[in-house]
Design a protein around this ligand. Structure first.
Ligand SMILES: NC(=O)c1ccc[n+]([C@@H]2O[C@H](COP(=O)([O-])OP(=O)(O)OC[C@H]3O[C@@H](n4cnc5c(N)ncnc54)[C@H](OP(=O)(O)O)[C@@H]3O)[C@@H](O)[C@H]2O)c1
Length: 301
């Protein structure tokens, strides 16, 4: 049965990467005792040295949250793994019978996966915007997170206002917006993130150049993603998406692009594949999307 989380339930951030590390440090700084849960290397690093944040918005400090390999029973959990870590995260959560779960992954299908793994638990998907990178890989010392620029926004559906994690995030320096339906929260982001990530990865270029390399192909891709978003309940046109992308810095690059450059598929399937599959389920043909994904996959080979 879905119930209100106990107010004394432990607050956990699962996946202390760039986003998880930043969120955990922000919560601790706001006075919320928080535990980070993750794989052995990161857990040991946080336990020994903490999380050092360098943020243009919030400044620099080192947080010292608790760190553990397992999710405490009945916790209120913020999930911040990457798609590759979702299965492991779901298994840890299933063993912990959490009071509530708020995921911050990009994409849409993680919500179904987490809900399937956690019958009876309230699972909500939010989104987070803010350019963040974990910069300490392989180094001795704190887990280091660099947050660039002044944008740091968490968006959660209107009916998630009462979640303990959402209420705690409101005490941090992040701008927390609680508005709209679950589908709106996810698709208002994915509808522009997918073309941005796919085009920059396909052309290995900044967003401006990536849009200009094959304008007709880009326009077709935007029309298809818009059709899928509309079918998901977020009415969108290709012009809407073009306007959003044109408003972003033309030099903007994506983390999928960084993964592809490094020979990793990263969240290609969680972002592009998810739009393809949702398109298929709605009977929306996506030839331009299919071509773009195939071109990114060819770069990986
Ligand atoms: N970074 C951004 O600017 C940004 C902005 C908005 C949204 N997002 C989204 O936020 C999510 C997290 O991204 P991120 O940039 O924080 O990623 P990240 O820095 O790569 O961190 C990923 C986290 O997931 C864990 N993980 C990865 N593979 C795993 C596996 N197989 N099993 C268990 N755990 C695994 C990592 O564990 P280890 O600690 O052991 O490495 C790490 O804690 C993604 O969905 C991303 O699209 C990111």
């Amino acid at each position: 049965m879905r119930g209100m989380p106990r107010t004394d339930a432990p607050l956990v951030v699962l996946g202390p990467g760039a986003i998880g590390g930043l969120v955990a440090a922000l919560l601790e700084r706001a006075g919320h005792p928080v535990t980070v849960v993750g794989r052995a290397g990161s857990v040991a690093q946080v336990a020994a040295h903490g999380i050092a944040v360098e943020s243009d918005l919030v400044g620099s400090w080192t947080a010292q949250p608790a760190a553990a390999a397992q999710v405490p029973h009945g916790a209120c959990v913020i999930v911040a793994v990457k798609a590759e870590g979702l299965e492991a995260a779901a298994a840890l959560l299933a063993a912990a019978a959490p009071a509530e779960v708020l995921s911050l992954l990009n994409g849409v299908e993680h919500l179904d996966a987490l809900r399937a793994a956690l019958p009876g638990t309230r699972v909500v998907a939010g989104t987070i915007a803010g350019e963040t990178l974990r910069t300490s890989a392989g180094r001795d010392g704190p887990l280091t997170v660099r947050h660039r620029g002044r944008l740091l926004r968490v968006v959660a559906p209107a009916d998630a206002a009462g979640l303990a994690s959402v209420r705690a995030l409101r005490d941090t320096a992040a701008d927390v917006v609680v508005d709209g339906t679950q589908a709106q929260v996810l698709w208002l982001k994915l509808r522009f993130l997918a073309p941005m990530a796919l085009l920059t990865s396909r052309w290995d270029a900044g967003l401006g150049e990536a849009l200009d390399r094959d304008p007709a192909g880009a326009q077709a891709l935007l029309a298809e993603v818009a059709a899928v978003a509309s079918a998901e309940g977020v009415p969108t046109t290709a012009q809407d998406l073009h306007a959003i992308l044109a408003g972003l810095p033309p030099t903007m690059r994506s983390s999928l692009q960084a993964d592809v450059e490094a020979g990793r598929a990263g969240e290609l399937d969680a972002i592009g594949g998810a739009v393809q599959r949702r398109g298929r389920s709605h009977g929306v043909a996506t030839p331009a999307l299919d071509t773009t994904i195939a071109a990114v996959e060819a770069r990986l080979r």
